[in-house]
Design a protein around this ligand. Structure first.
Ligand code: DAH
Length: 391
């Protein structure tokens, strides 16, 4: 019987390091097994390998023939090599190599065939029912406060506004004094301020630390840090010691500030009307200014939008009722001066409103306190899908 024997190729060994390129470092030579018993043993092995139908059966055949004490290693003919004459040793060695190589080749070929058959069998058996509904993955949702804040940022960005931020722990100067609310001013009482222990501010000018009662201190920080023209909105968290049906100790506001030359209340009214109409998704939104008072603006106004109060629904933009929605005005000259801006050269306007109120009106959320109750059912109902749309 003539079989292929793999012999190491010395030439290749130099260029291709053994054993990484093992296949390349062998060339085929031919050798006929001389011993009849070994010929029969190899033939029997080949038959056993051919008869194997599973990976396990093939592995058993590999161990039986090529294992450490398998039929090849243990065969008496190969044991004689120790005492054989040098010429005979060569022949026995070549016989062993040939027998091993032939069985290995048969095993490897059969392994590929069995694996392919086993895979085909699995593919045929294990069908996947793609019509079954997938197990839903739990999904979070965007809180209405975040959603409305992002909507407002997007609208004001269209008008060229950038977002400004400030700290939630403020000092008395930024939260009150610089906004023209001096120590004894009655407006302070409207704010139900949370005072913290300790002082904040530049050395020698420290003032009591407070949780900011409104987003207006961001106006001050922006004007102190930047030269006009200025056009910012400042959304953020605010705090007041107040808790009932319509007040929570923590709430959110959005502040707007424009400082430029020749700015007047007409610009303010036009901007608010356009921005609020866009927010409520209306072509036109009836809106009026009602004279009011804020220490940091002069003149000041309360902003009302038109609405209809039905028996169980409030419709924005229709009817002849009014709903208060924001405070605004022309920035008080004292506030500009406190920030090093000359009021004879620069004017501006400011506005501020509650984000919860806007969210309640736009998305029909009846109770303010539910915003912060952390109820998952509420969040699932009123929250927004991360990729857009209400859930
Ligand atoms: N800071 C005010 C408040 O918390 C809201 C406000 C009113 C802000 C008028 C303004 C403004 O910028 O011009 O009640």
């Amino acid at each position: 019987m003539t079989i292929a024997v793999l012999k190491r190729d010395k030439h290749c060994e130099i260029n291709l390091p053994w054993p990484i390129n093992a296949l390349n470092t062998f060339t085929m030579t031919e050798h006929t097994i001389t011993n009849a018993e070994i010929q029969a043993l190899v033939a029997q092995g080949a038959a056993d390998i051919a008869a194997a139908t599973t990976s396990q059966a093939l592995q058993d055949a590999r161990v039986a023939y090529l294992g450490k004490s398998g039929k090849i290693a243990a065969h008496p003919y190969f044991q004689t090599i120790k005492d054989a004459a040098p010429e005979q040793k060569k022949i026995i060695g070549a016989d062993r190599t040939a027998a091993t190589a032939q069985l290995t080749a048969a095993l490897d070929a059969k392994k590929i065939a069995i694996e392919a058959a086993e895979l085909n069998e699995r593919l045929a058996k294990e069908t996947i029912d793609i019509t079954l509904p997938a197990t839903p993955a739990p999904q979070g949702s965007i809180h209405p406060i975040t959603q409305v804040t992002n909507e407002l940022i997007a609208i004001f960005a269209e008008f060229g506004f950038t977002v400004a931020e400030g700290p939630e722990i403020e000092d008395d100067f930024h939260n009150f004094s610089a906004l023209n609310i001096p120590e004894s001013h009655p407006a302070r009482q409207m704010h139900d301020t949370f005072y913290l222990r300790g002082m904040l501010g530049e050395p020698g000018q420290e003032t009591p630390a407070v949780l900011r009662t409104h987003t207006s201190p961001v106006q001050i920080r922006t004007m102190l840090a930047n030269k006009p023209p200025i056009r910012i909105i400042a959304p953020g968290t605010t705090y007041r010691s107040d808790s009932d049906m319509t007040h929570t100790p923590m709430f959110h506001q959005i502040e707007g500030l424009v400082i430029d030359k020749s700015i007047n209340m007409g610009h303010l009214k036009g901007l608010l009307n356009d921005a609020l109409a866009a927010f409520f998704g209306l072509e036109k939104l009836p809106m009026r200014f009602r004279a009011s008072f804020f220490p940091f603006t002069e003149p000041s106004a309360e902003v009302d939008i038109g609405c209809k109060r039905g028996r169980d629904a409030l419709v924005i933009g229709e009817g002849d009722d009014w709903l208060e929605i924001a405070g605004c005005g022309m920035v008080h000259p004292n506030v500009l001066r406190n920030c090093g801006i000359d009021p004879d050269e620069w004017q501006g306007f400011a506005f501020g409103c509650g984000i919860e109120r806007l969210a309640m009106l736009k998305y029909n959320i009846p109770d303010l306190r539910t915003f912060f109750a952390g109820d998952k059912r509420w969040l699932t109902h009123y929250g927004f899908a991360p990729l857009g749309g209400q859930q």
